[in-house]
Design a protein around this ligand. Structure first.
Ligand code: ADP
Ligand code: MG
Length: 330
C-alpha cells in the first residue's frame, strides 16, 4: 500500500496496534498530545535516545525493515541495560522518504514490536514526518533503576576485575561480510551477520550484574573506545590482555577469509552491544551465572593511573590502547 493513500493518521492508527505490553504503568499511550505514565515509586528514571540515519547507520540493501526496526530499539535498550536499569517505555520518531511504502513501515514496526514484547517495553508515542533525503529513525527510551543498582562509568576502582559479557567482534565481522557481498554461501557468516542486523541487548544480564559491579558500559563503539570511557570517567588505568578477549570461532574464520586481524573486530569494530563492567574480585565469585544467561570473561583489571588503557599483547609487549572506534566526525 502507498503511504499517500493511507495518510499520516491512517498510518498511526495501524502502528498503534499492540504497542502496550505492560498496561499497569501506562495511563495514556498513543493518541493524545503526550503519553501519561506512572513511574514506580522509589526508582530512579533513566532517559536516553539514539538515532539511526540511512546510509550512515544502515543500508537498505543489506537489512530488511523488520531487522532495522528490531535494531533501532535494541540499541536503545542497550543503553538502559548499561546503567543497570530496566527499559519501560519508548517513543519513536520516523522521517520517511517517498520511496518507502506503507508495508515497509508496518514491517519496521513488526520488528520493533517483537523486541518490545520480548523485553516488556511499551511504545507510547512518536512522531511521523516526511523526509526529502533518506529514512531517519529516532527512538527515546525511559527506564527505571533502583538507586543502589545504578551503574555509572565512573565507579571503577583499582583492584577491580574488568569483565565482558558474550563474545566481541561478531557484529563488525558481520558488517564486513555484508559489505563484501556473497556471504550467504559462507556457513560461518550467518551468526555474525545476525549479530550485526539484530543485536540482542543485554538487559537481563545487566540487571543481575548491576547488583554486584562497580561500573558498567555497553559496547557500542568497540572495546577500545568503551574501556577508555571507563578509564577516563573513573580516573583509573585499565590493563587488558589481548589473549583473554573472547572471540568466536566464526570471527576467526571471517578474519581469515577477509584477511584482517580478528582482534581489530573486537577492539575497534563496535555494535556488539555486550556489556563491559568492573567488579571487586570478591564479588565476582558471587555472580549467579545461570541468571545472567551469557558467558562472562575476565579480560583484565583496573590499576592505578589516570585515564589510560594498556593492552598486554600475546608477546607480553604492553601498548597503549587508543580510543579508536567508530567515530562519526573523524
Ligand atoms: P501531535 O500533532 O499532537 O504532536 P501527532 O499527530 O504527531 O500528535 O501524533 C498523534 C499520536 O500518535 C501521538 O500520541 C503520537 O505520540 C503518536 N505517534 C505519531 N507518530 C508515531 C510513530 N511514528 N510511532 C508511534 N507513535 C506515533
Ligand atoms: Mg498536539
Amino acid at each position: 500500500m502507498e503511504l499517500k493513500q493511507l495518510g499520516e493518521f491512517g498510518l498511526i492508527d495501524l502502528l498503534k496496534e499492540n504497542t502496550i505490553i505492560d498496561p499497569a504503568s501506562v495511563i495514556l499511550g498513543i493518541g493524545d498530545d503526550a503519553a501519561v505514565l506512572l513511574p514506580t515509586p522509589r526508582q530512579l528514571q533513566l532517559l536516553s535516545t539514539d538515532m539511526l540515519v540511512e546510509n550512515v547507520h544502515f543500508d537498505l540493501n543489506t537489512t530488511t525493515p523488520y531487522q532495522l526496526g528490531y535494531k533501532a530499539i535494541a540499541v536503545n535498550l542497550s543503553d538502559i541495560a548499561a546503567m543497570g536499569g530496566a527499559p519501560k517505555h519508548l517513543v519513536i520518531s520516523i522521517a520517511i522518504p517517498n520511496t518507502i511504502s506503507a508495508d515497509f513501515v508496518l514491517n519496521l514496526y513488526k520488528g520493533m514490536k517483537e523486541i518490545c514484547r520480548q523485553f516488556k517495553v511499551n511504545i507510547v508515542g512518536g512522531d511521523t514526518v516526511a523526509s526529502k533525503n533518506g529514512l531517519v529513525i529516532n527512538v527515546a527510551v525511559i527506564g527505571e533503576v533502583e538507586p543502589a543498582q545504578l551503574q555509572r562509568r565512573s565507579g571503577a576502582r583499582p583492584g577491580d576485575f574488568v569483565v565482558v559479557t558474550g563474545m566481541l567482534g561478531n557484529s563488525a565481522a558481520g558488517l564486513d561480510l555484508l559489505t563484501k557481498g556473497n556471504w550467504e554461501e559462507l556457513d560461518f557468516a550467518w551468526p555474525l551477520v545476525t549479530s550485526h542486523l539484530t543485536p540482542k541487548p543485554q538487559v537481563c544480564a545487566g540487571r543481575v550484574i548491576a547488583a554486584y559491579s562497580n561500573s558498567m558500559d555497553d559496547i557500542s563503539d568497540g572495546l577500545a573506545s568503551e574501556a577508555n570511557e571507563i578509564a577516563k570517567a573513573s580516573n583509573v588505568g585499565l590493563r587488558l590482555f589481548s589473549q583473554k578477549i573472547p572471540i568466536a570461532t566464526e570471527v576467526y574464520q571471517a578474519a581469515g577469509f577477509l584477511k584482517r586481524p580478528e582482534l581489530d573486530y573486537a577492539l575497534y569494530g563496535g555494535e556488539d552491544y555486550q556489556l563491559i563492567f568492573t567488579i571487586d574480585p570478591d564479588k565476582y565469585s558471587l555472580l549467579p551465572l545461570e541468571e545472567i544467561g551469557e558467558t562472562l570473561t575476565i579480560i583484565g583489571d583496573v590499576i592505578d593511573g589516570s585515564a589510560k588503557v594498556e593492552l598486554v599483547e600475546s608477546s607480553g609487549k604492553v601498548v597503549q590502547l587508543e580510543a579508536r572506534g567508530y567515530n562519526h566526525f573523524k
